[in-house]
Design a binder for this molecule. Structure first.
Ligand SMILES: Cc1cc2nc3c(=O)[nH]c(=O)nc-3n(C[C@H](O)[C@H](O)[C@H](O)COP(=O)(O)OP(=O)(O)OC[C@H]3O[C@@H](n4cnc5c(N)ncnc54)[C@H](O)[C@@H]3O)c2cc1C
Length: 422
């Protein structure tokens, strides 16, 4: 591949910026559609983020039906309709199998490579791209994209320009920037007239200003229910596992809740139901029984039967009681408070951990300005977007990679068709 001046002849049909999940898929599909494809990746290797997905095992997709899939996408699911229908989870798994990386389905329909190695996913794409004739250039950071007549001039940070008939921006979001996702694509989009919706971290821990969660740091609660309400509206209500940390709360339920949190954290009341299987009446009956049987003991001793022992003294204090309070001195009103707190312990969320720590970026290139049928910009013909750079994000479970693969495949095929027709 050569780089040169703006006047240089067109070097390729489709130029893909970013060698992550979306970019590699786009490059492969464009090449299979007959286009001459160049992929530029600023890192020294492809798929740095893929290496850390699924704790190194890469949860590549989710074997759920389409309705379930769209339920896992809190923002702009309709925009993904065409992309995900045209490139389903089965297309992802058959493609990986064809490229020598067979997959397996685990709990919750999560799909992983059978080798349990995320690196095999990247290797499969690298092999596929090589066989398809994609020209992959590493250590190639793009600094600007400009429409130049009926083509694009793509400038390198190190100097030099490459001209292409169409360009696919697959530069990811801004989370885990050490993987190369530093938000360059948002700038490219803006320079080409696009708007970028506000960027926030999603799938990330939530901070709590109060000190008590820190005392429970490392403690995980299983089979609890987390509920979040904004006024009368329930914005989240799920059962599962959560974790107390040095900053507040995390774990699967909280990570998922983070993708539903609005800008104004103060407007949301988040509560923890520690006994979701019991009604308030059943809880009170249980407390009455325990209190009768243990009337000479201290409150924390009885609470230990209802929660992990580390939590009992903290919980007593949250109920306004000393952990040493003798049971026979607890009033009916105090017992009712304990019951109410077991069913709805308030978690006063005041923010999220930094976006850099988020699993996915919320916000991105405004999907109203991108054609969902092709991933092409509605403002600049020949310019395409794919993956996390778009304002779409989903829950954990393989859905974010499926979004990258589906939008990447659609962008690749469409960009090839556009370039070959023009
Ligand atoms: C810790 C962690 C675990 C995760 N686990 C899962 C999981 O198991 N399953 C799942 O579905 N999702 C998971 N995700 C989310 C998923 O990894 C991402 O949503 C997905 O990888 C996004 O793919 P992408 O191709 O759009 O962007 P990226 O993977 O971010 O790729 C963008 C690429 O573009 C390159 N680039 C950026 N700017 C330039 C430039 N100027 N010039 C050239 N190249 C550039 C970057 O170096 C990078 O390689 C996880 C995320 C994290 C952080």
């Amino acid at each position: 591949m050569s780089t040169g001046s703006m006047s240089e002849k067109i070097a390729c049909d489709v130029l893909v910026i970013g060698g992550g999940a979306a970019g590699m898929m786009a490059a492969l599909q464009a090449a299979w559609a007959g286009a001459r494809v160049v992929l530029l990746e600023k890192n020294e290797k492809l798929g740095k983020k893929i290496y850390i997905t699924g704790k190194g095992r890469c949860n590549v997709t989710n074997a759920c039906d389409l309705e379930d899939f769209f339920r896992q996408v809190p923002r702009n699911p309709k925009f993904l309709n065409a992309a995900v229908r045209q490139f389903t989870y089965e297309d992802v798994t058959s493609l990986l199998e064809m490229l020598g990386t067979p997959t397996m389905v685990e709990r919750g329909n999560r799909v992983f490579p059978q080798s349990e190695k995320a690196s095999d996913v990247t290797r499969a794409f690298a092999r596929g791209m090589k066989d398809a004739g994609v020209d992959v250039e590493l250590n190639a950071e793009v600094s600007h994209i400009m429409k130049d007549g009926d083509a694009f001039a793509v400038q390198f940070a190190r100097g030099g320009v490459l001209r292409a008939r169409s360009v696919i921006v697959a530069t990811g979001g801004v989370s885990y920037p050490s993987t190369g996702s530093t938000g360059d694509g948002f700038r490219f989009a803006q320079e080409n007239g696009h708007t970028v919706t506000p960027l926030k971290g999603s799938l990330v821990g939530l901070t709590i200003g109060e000190k008590w969660p820190q005392l429970l740091q490392g403690l995980s609660l299983k089979n609890v229910r987390v509920q979040a309400r904004m006024g009368k509206k329930t914005i989240y209500n799920e059962q599962g596992e959560m974790l107390f940390t040095h900053f507040g709360v995390s774990g699967p339920l909280i990570i998922e809740l983070s993708s539903h949190m609005p800008e104004d954290y103060g407007a949301v009341s988040v509560t923890l139901d520690m006994k979701p299987a019991l009604t308030p009446e059943q809880i009170d009956a249980r407390l009455q029984r325990e209190f009768t049987e243990n009337s000479r003991r201290q409150l924390s001793t009885v609470l230990v039967g209802l929660m992990p022992s580390r939590m009992a003294p903290v919980f007593a204090q949250l109920c306004g009681l000393s952990p040493e309070t003798p049971i026979n001195q607890i009033t009916r009103e105090q017992r009712m408070t304990i019951g109410a707190m077991l069913k709805g312990l308030p978690l006063r969320v005041d923010g999220t951990r930094p976006i850099e720590e988020a699993i996915v970026t919320r916000g991105g290139v405004n999907v109203l300005e991108v054609a969902s049928s092709s991933m092409m910009s509605k403002l600049v013909p020949g310019l395409y977007f794919a993956g996390e750079v778009l304002d779409v994000d989903a829950h954990t479970g393989g859905f974010n990679l499926q979004i990258a693969f589906s939008t990447g495949a659609l962008a690749g095929r469409s960009a090839a068709a556009y370039a070959l027709e023009s």
